[in-house]
Ligand binder design. Structure first.
Ligand SMILES: Nc1ncnc2c1ncn2[C@@H]1O[C@H](COP(=O)(O)OP(=O)(O)OP(=O)(O)O)[C@@H](O)[C@H]1O
Ligand SMILES: [Mg+2]
Length: 399
């Protein structure tokens, strides 16, 4: 990208040229999405594995901004099996929320667009590709099949409507076809009770500002669960809560998931929460997946230097350390990504090959995959052993 004399700044002319080019691309994509009466065959697809609720396949989601194209999600592939919880972890800005918003088709438009890849959604008797689905059809799926608990309950709830009205509206829209007001009210109060709100009749008449943070988050969960969705996306649902409430909310989510056999995509940067909740873990870095596997793979045999760094920066009860480890450096600029491994500039374990192109995914076991040259051509167990001994040595040294 051309820059003016002042490094990092764009001239007005350059910015205008970029925005004109962007508009051309986004207008074409928007026009396609807003078409009416699109035949189902256009977005009908086949699941690669029928036991998966969702399959992200080579997903690319970009934001076409006036300063350039932000490659927020750049080739992401992972599955969410039916009835399981998949934890998505990674530093702030690595593309976790954008991945989930792509599945909900709630990206900020027109800048935010899925430009490549498939998001296959299992509907039991058939499967749809969310990346191709028209706007109209998505309205039917959102809430009924997939629903989302947002990062910030205060901004997601409408401050000028009572809780009962906001929750009731969701039930009326999706579940209340032909049902009377009494039914909607009864179901609303039932849902409030289900998420552990004691004074449900009272809360029904309250405004969001009259509730505590934990109560608001519970209302958000009630809204998300109102229609027994197959997939629940929880985007940092407990970040704004204190630890006791956090534990209660996690318990609640786990119980509810078992009750309705839904799948959960659980986004967080808190590894403790992941350890408690997830069956599978996906580690993202700068818009890509650098490692994925079962919770056991990631917690007991982390392979990528970034995942190992994340594990080491987590305080452990009983482990005596003077200073917690922090990963040096910062995430590269998403507008100007290097063409080698994105973590290379922060990595302390680089090998000669790391100067080459971005590493491809390597299988360490049928469930455990990593994108790192350390494991390229090396016997996976030997590489793991190296990591394990190194970490043990470090711990010994610290003591
Ligand atoms: N509307 C937008 N316009 C332009 N860029 C955006 C937009 N939304 C997100 N991005 C960019 O996409 C990248 C990924 O953002 P995302 O919100 O997915 O991060 P995240 O992993 O959820 O972080 P956090 O843990 O802080 O929530 C960031 O670099 C961000 O700047
Ligand atoms: Mg986020």
């Amino acid at each position: 990208m051309a820059k003016t004399k002042k490094e990092g700044y764009l001239s007005a002319k350059e910015s205008r040229r970029i925005s004109k080019e962007n508009r051309k691309i986004t207008n074409a994509l928007e026009k396609k999405r807003k078409r009416k009466n699109v035949p189902e065959s256009e977005y009908l697809t086949e699941m690669h594995d029928r036991n998966n609720a969702v399959e992200f396949d080579n997903l690319h989601t970009y934001f076409f901004t006036d300063t350039g194209v932000v490659k927020s999600v750049d080739s992401v592939t992972f599955d969410i099996p039916i009835g399981k919880t998949v934890g998505v972890v990674g530093e702030s800005g690595c593309g976790k929320s954008v991945t989930s918003l792509s599945l909900m088709q709630l990206l900020q438009r027109p800048q935010g667009q899925v430009v490549e890849g498939e998001i296959r959604l299992n509907l039991g008797d058939k499967a749809y590709d969310i990346a191709k689905i028209p706007y109209e059809k998505m309205l039917e799926l959102r809430g009924n099949v997939i629903s989302m608990i947002f990062q910030e309950p205060m901004t997601a709830l409408n401050p000028v409507f009572r809780i009962g009205a906001q929750l009731g509206e969701v039930i009326e829209l999706h579940d209340g076809n032909g049902k009377d007001k009494e039914y909607v009210k009864k179901r609303t109060i039932e849902l409030l009770e289900m998420v552990g709100i004691a004074n449900s009749e009272g809360v029904y008449k309250m405004f969001p500002h009259e509730l505590s943070g934990g109560m608001r988050q519970r209302v958000m969960i009630a809204i998300a669960l109102a229609c027994n969705p197959r997939i629940i996306i929880a985007d940092e649902p407990t970040t704004a809560l204190d630890v006791t409430i956090q534990a209660q909310v996690l318990d609640l989510l786990r119980n509810l998931k078992d009750k309705i056999n839904s799948s959960i995509m659980f986004i967080t940067h808190d590894l403790g929460v992941i350890a408690e909740m997830a069956d599978y873990v996906v580690v993202m870095y700068a818009g890509r997946i650098i490692e994925k596997g079962t919770a056991e793979d990631i917690f007991y045999h982390p392979a990528h230097p970034y995942t190992i760094g994340l594990m080491e920066s987590k305080p452990v009860v009983g482990k005596d350390v003077e200073k917690l480890y922090s990963i040096p450096g910062k995430v590269p600029n998403p507008v100007d990504m290097p063409n080698y491994c994105y973590f290379k500039d922060r990595c302390e374990k680089c090998v000669k090959k790391c100067d080459g192109e971005y590493p491809t995914e390597i299988s360490l076991s049928p469930t455990h995959k990593v994108s790192c040259y350390l494991y390229d051509g090396v016997d996976a167990d030997a590489a793991r052993e190296v990591n394990k001994t190194e970490r043990l040595d470090e711990t010994e040294g610290e003591r």
